[in-house]
Design a protein around this ligand. Structure first.
Ligand code: 5BU
Length: 453
């Protein structure tokens, strides 16, 4: 223990734990950030770390070593050099050219590979590595992580049958740091808060709409939650129809069952303000919001023109508008958005093969949290509690279609991603009885939400 403790204090002095406000790879916010990358510049510590790891998993127990990209790569490399066991490298993303291999190095089907992860949070990136190695026919008998943030990752991986161990646990290292008086008073408070939150995470609980309302500052975000609570529905129907009459007919059937109606106003033939005013009146009477899925994606001045002018004059009637932030944080600033209109950013779409990666998603979430007009985002993962999470690509039966759309069941959206709102299109408006189908999706969404509490 002494040796491990001593080692931890040495790496702590490299600044591997930071206190503040951070967005993690998963999109979650945290007051504590752990980064093992500085160790790469200290060969002496890399060697010590490898020896500690080899003490836990003796080298006769594996035939290959693979580090979860990228932070664990120098650690896995040192371990390979110390143990003389071959290293293989997992790519984070497909190169998109050449061999398109995800695993580089020399290996044979059936070989037993040790995986090294630096910090384990939810276990999601580790799982991606496991899947890619298994696809190549490799066997994962042992997984070692350096530090467990005690946020359920180890349990998640064990639950699906893998043997995973960790060198350090966050609770235990905090005790060491406190005992050795390495922590300031403020840092101790941050740690206590972090641990309290962790307990909730491990129990895999979501926060309620009431709690969420406290965290959302924008009036339209609060209004959407009020409607949801009052009507007991988190269902938004996407009325992707080109005929205004069909949209109005659909709304007359489903209006009582939804908290929002999403439009693509530019696909509507014969768009007119009499239609939109009529729809707006119904939305007030039936108590749901109008979302325009415009996906603004230009520089701020053009976004502004697209929002306020042209034949659709979106800002004059829509409660919520969607926007990409590919052009940067400024692109959704200074849009002169009315005070009672909110923005939904798009962090990650629901289609197959999207070009988003973890880094992009993290940046969009960061931009979203900093812009007071943003009420939430579209993503395929859990996001910070201060953002509402909207999930399109919902279907009871379909998993994908041949146009690149990917679908999940409402239960998955709420259980896995802790979604707040499901967006359903064709499954409802193309069904034989949209009224009954909408009722089914409404009930499924509400039950899935309640089950997660
Ligand atoms: P569907 O019929 O349930 O597939 O309709 C989904 C709607 O949501 C459709 O209007 C899409 O344009 C929209 N959408 C989506 O499918 N995926 C996304 O990531 C985003 C929007 Br953002």
């Amino acid at each position: 223990m002494e040796e491990k403790e001593q080692f931890f204090l040495e790496i702590y002095n490299l600044g591997i734990i930071k206190f503040g406000n951070f967005t993690l790879k998963s999109g979650m916010n945290s007051s504590i950030y752990i980064d093992f990358r500085p160790i790469a510049s200290r060969p002496d510590l890399l060697i010590k770390l490898s020896d500690l790891l080899l003490h836990e998993v003796p080298s006769y127990d594996f035939e290959l070593i693979c580090g979860v990209p990228y932070a664990a790569l120098p650690i896995a490399t040192t371990l390979s050099l110390r143990s003389k066991i071959p290293l293989i490298i997992k790519r984070k993303e497909n190169k998109g050219y050449g061999t398109e291999r995800m695993i580089e190095g020399i290996y044979k089907i059936g070989q037993n590979c040790l995986i090294i992860e630096d910090v384990i949070t939810s276990g999601d990136s580790l799982l991606k590595t496991i899947i890619d190695l298994e696809k190549e026919g490799l066997i994962i008998k042992n997984i070692m992580s350096i530090l467990d943030r005690e946020q359920g990752g180890i349990e998640n991986i064990k639950k699906i049958g893998y043997n995973i161990r960790t060198l350090f646990r966050i609770g235990e290292v905090f005790k060491i740091l406190k005992k050795k008086s390495f922590l300031k008073e403020k840092e101790i408070h941050m740690i206590q808060f972090f641990i309290k939150n962790n307990i909730k995470n491990i129990q895999n609980k979501r926060i309620s709409y009431e709690e969420k309302k406290e965290k959302i500052s924008h009036p339209i975000g609060k209004k959407l939650i009020d409607i949801t609570l009052k009507k007991k529905t988190n269902l938004i129907v996407s009325a992707d129809l080109i005929d205004p009459k069909q949209i109005l007919k659909l709304v007359s059937l489903i209006g009582d069952r939804i908290c929002g109606l999403k439009l693509h106003v530019d696909i509507i033939n014969d768009f007119s303000f009499s239609f939109i005013n009529y729809l707006k009146n119904i939305s007030i009477k039936k108590n749901f919001l109008l979302l325009e899925d415009r996906k603004l994606c230009d520089v701020s001045s053009t976004n502004c023109l697209q929002l306020h002018y042209g034949i659709h004059k979106i800002s004059s009637w829509a409660d919520i508008v969607t926007a990409h932030v590919l052009a940067g944080s400024m692109s959704i600033q200074n849009l002169n958005i009315p005070y009672n209109m909110g923005l939904i950013t798009i962090s990650e779409m629901s289609s197959y093969g999207g070009l988003y990666d973890d880094n992009y998603i993290r940046k969009v979430l960061n931009i979203s949290l900093k812009n007071p007009k943003v009420i939430g985002t579209v993503a395929q993962r859990k996001v910070d509690d201060r953002l509402l999470l909207f999930t399109p690509g919902i279907h009871f039966y379909e998993k994908k279609n041949n146009l690149g759309n990917k679908y999940i069941h409402p239960v998955q959206a709420f259980e896995k991603n802790k979604s707040d709102f499901i967006i359903v299109g064709k499954a409802i408006f193309q069904s034989e009885n949209p009224k009954i189908t909408a009722e089914e999706y409404k009930n499924a969404g509400w039950k899935a939400y309640e089950n997660g509490l």
